[in-house]
Write a protein that binds this ligand. Structure first.
Ligand code: HEM
Length: 399
């Protein structure tokens, strides 16, 4: 393992920039080239390590002594002031985490994702017809990516169709997310918990996560209402990720019409194209959720001491030349593509199968149903701010 003093440079302020764009800051490439973990100072809680090479990041994500719970503590270095609820699936380790993953396994299975796909296709086509009938330019984020991602997550949790805003779990999760760290948080949390409780006690739910939670509770093996609420919260929030990814993917394709031509001529390339877009397009503004070592860990030749925190930068690992030849090129025919866009290890994204269908269906519909689509000439795209996602807030298009 590396001598610690060699690797311990003066810490660098992190995230590297507050500017949002798809090209990664050069600092990631420099850190990767050094082969060392980079010492960084985070906005809250002090210094941590940043992992940027493929091997480093994979090790941090998969090592049994790299844990989420100890990284979600008041004194631990992190990007945001707010901590996660300790019983969130993203903040647990070991058997408690495994129990939650079992509870969501059916709703997130590849079979369920295949079942949902036709609904996504129908919704994509409906949204596009509506978009193409409206005035130009139109915003692809508001008119297409957001409602499509919401449809996917409603299908996955099995939200019953209802006009009743008190049981609209997706809307209530969004309200709670907005109310975090404000005086309105407790009330928003109570409303969400009441909705989840009412739904999982009701009969005749459509297939999906809520029905699974209801059925396991009926046989006495279920989660408490509070645990179910946290789980639904994490799932619905995670379900927003495609709404951040899809506009970036559309932007990349519209900026490179040659790729669109290739996909039109060779539709069998779609599955490979989806993987390559996932590798190529960074969704996180910065490294992924931090892990804290619970014992000394060898991270690709660098010793991380027990109690130290590491951020796994999947966005940098996915551009590692040692793993992906010509990593900076978008190659829709790339054959070997073990990217880390969905993470790795026990917290690996359960939404990967559904997301793959959603990405393919939505981009495919976009380029076939709206063949003349292009970036709006006079209205520039705008970016989200904040330290978590690297995503477009608006993407004006015309046709
Ligand atoms: C483009 C699509 C998506 C990407 C790139 C993505 C990425 C990720 C990544 C990298 C993780 C692992 C985080 C870590 O280990 O620190 C994760 C976890 C998670 N994702 Fe996704 N995600 C996507 C879509 C979704 C969707 C559609 C859902 C739900 C409907 C979802 C729900 C979750 C949940 C619940 C977790 C936590 C898993 C756990 O902690 O065990 N994701 N996602």
């Amino acid at each position: 393992m590396t001598n610690r003093t060699d690797a311990t440079h003066c810490p660098v302020a992190y995230p590297f920039t507050g500017e949002h764009r798809l090209d990664l800051e050069d600092d990631y490439a420099h850190a990767r080239a050094s082969g060392q973990l980079l010492r960084v100072t985070l906005p809250v809680g002090g210094d941590a390590w940043l992992a940027t090479t493929y091997d480093q990041v994979r090790t941090v994500l998969t090592h049994p002594h790299m844990e989420r719970g100890p990284a979600n503590q008041p004194a631990t270095p992190r990007l945001e002031t707010a901590l996660m609820t300790p019983q969130s699936v993203l903040a647990l380790d070991g058997p408690a985490h495994a129990r939650l993953r079992r509870a969501i396994a059916g709703a997130f299975s590849p079979r369920t994702a295949r079942r949902i796909r036709p609904y996504l296709k129908a919704e994509a086509d409906r949204l596009l017809d509506r978009l193409l009938a409206q005035e130009q330019p139109a915003d692809l984020v508001a008119a297409y990516a957001n409602p499509l991602a919401a449809t996917a997550v409603r299908q996955l949790i099995g939200q019953p169709p209802s006009e009743d805003e008190h049981t609209d779990v997706v809307a209530l999760v969004n309200r709670l997310a907005q109310a975090r760290e404000t005086p309105a948080e407790a009330e928003a949390r109570d409303q969400l918990e009441a909705a989840v409780d009412r739904l999982i006690r009701s009969r005749g739910l459509p297939p999906g996560l809520l029905r699974d939670l209801s059925l396991t509770r009926a046989v006495g093996a279920g989660l408490s209402t509070s645990q179910s609420t946290d789980l639904v919260f994490a799932v619905v929030l995670g379900g927003r990720t495609p709404s951040f990814f899809l506009p970036s993917a559309a932007l990349v394709l519209l900026q490179h019409p040659a790729h669109i031509t290739v996909l039109r001529q060779h539709p069998h390339l779609w599955p490979k194209a989806v993987e390559e877009l996932l590798r190529f397009i960074p969704i996180g503004l910065s490294g992924g959720f931090p892990r804290t070592a619970t014992a000394p860990v060898d991270v690709a030749g660098h010793r991380v001491e027990a109690g130290e925190t590491v951020l796994p930068a999947m966005i940098a690992a996915n551009l590692d030349e040692h793993e992906f030849p010509r990593a900076d090129e978008l190659d829709l025919t790339r054959v070997r593509n073990p990217h880390l866009a969905f993470g790795a290890g026990l917290h690996r994204c359960p939404g990967a199968p559904l997301s793959r269908h959603l990405i393919e269906v939505s981009l495919r519909s976009l380029i076939t149903r709206a063949p003349a689509l292009r970036l709006a000439t006079l209205a520039p795209a705008t970016w989200h701010t904040g330290r978590i996602v690297r995503a477009l807030a608006t993407l004006p298009v015309e046709w």
